[in-house]
Design a protein around this ligand. Structure first.
Ligand code: SF4
Length: 309
């Protein structure tokens, strides 16, 4: 997911990163969290980034149901629930791979696949506690995750072998650093921005300045807005610029996997839109204004039973 190819690295180094340097308005950096427009409407209600950015329900009634009725962080759609499971599987594989290296394993692929399949069972049973998945959903999700696990395990092993071939004398610590140029499941405290204390970005580039987020299926505008939210939170805590986002799209193409990486500058517009959405959602929830049922509801919204009973 996160290993970049040569063309992507060139685009980043020669185009996106240099272009971003002077492009972003200083007032829209997360480290200005104490000042408008970064300062949140309230510090009392801390929200997850995905809940703010997500644009599935046109009136944001889904967020209101989550916070005011169910008081649980459950996804709006089955598709979103599947995404949560896929995130967990991928990050668990990186974590396991690092552990195996420190334990002195020479061959990781089979062990990683076995571990991913065990995690998959656990994650499906966890998500089934909050959202109803039918048999077909479970079968599809299992098949998809197993494909991802095989592909990811092979990529990880091949990267490790490549590093070892170049540095046959390498120790475990250096092998981990060179084989994994990203930190996965990076936790950051978003409370300075009115965001959750335990925000979890999918991955961050070790060289700095870039956040990754994984999505299933097709591109939607709010995916970039979500990454802008993580970038602002990182900037607020670490006081270092996060200029570039990368949304990794995973889908099936026939019997194969299709992986596409969308790179972009986290520009003023993405930052402003995220901040507006944050303020609107905080205001709506704090004032306890029940949003109307949308005129056009996506048919896959899981909250239809609440809205149309
Ligand atoms: S059913 Fe419609 S109004 Fe209700 S949460 Fe879903 S999209 Fe929004």
């Amino acid at each position: 997911m996160y290993y970049l190819d040569l063309v992507e690295v060139k685009r980043l180094m020669r185009d996106l990163i240099p272009r971003a340097r002077n492009l972003i308005d200083e007032r829209l950096r997360g480290w200005n969290w104490f000042d408008s427009p970064i300062r949140p409407y309230s510090y009392e209600l801390l929200l997850p980034v995905w809940d703010i950015a997500c644009s599935i329900c046109p009136t944001r009634r889904d967020a209101w149901i989550r916070h005011k009725v169910l008081k649980k962080s459950i996804p709006t759609t089955v598709h979103q629930a599947k995404g949560f499971v896929v995130h967990k599987i991928i990050s668990s594989m990186f974590l396991k791979a690092k552990k195996l290296i420190y334990l002195g394993y020479e061959e990781l692929r089979d062990e990683l696949i076995k571990n991913a399949e065990e995690s998959l069972k656990h994650e499906i049973s966890e998500i089934s506690k909050t959202i109803q998945l039918n048999e077909k959903d479970v079968d599809d999700l299992e098949d998809f995750c197993k494909k991802i696990a095989k592909w990811q395990a092979t990529r990880i092993e091949s990267k490790i072998l490549e590093v070892k071939a170049k540095y046959p004398f390498i120790n475990e610590e250096s092998l981990v650093q060179l084989s994994f140029p990203i930190a996965t499941e990076v936790i950051v405290d978003g409370s300075l921005l009115g965001l959750s204390r335990y925000l979890r970005a999918d991955a961050a580039w070790m060289l700095g300045g870039m956040i990754f987020d994984i999505k299933l299926g097709r591109k939607e505008d709010w995916h970039r807005i979500q990454v802008a939210g993580y970038a602002l939170a990182f900037e607020s805590v670490f006081e270092r610029p996060i200029d570039v986002g990368c949304t990794v799209y995973i889908s099936k193409f026939g019997r194969n996997l299709k992986i596409e990486r969308d790179f972009y500058i986290i520009d003023d517009n993405l930052r402003s839109v995220f901040l507006e959405k944050r303020d609107e959602l905080q205001m709506m929830l704090i004032k306890d204004e029940e949003p109307n049922v949308a005129d056009k509801c996506p048919k896959y919204c899981m909250f239809r039973d609440f809205c149309f009973k």
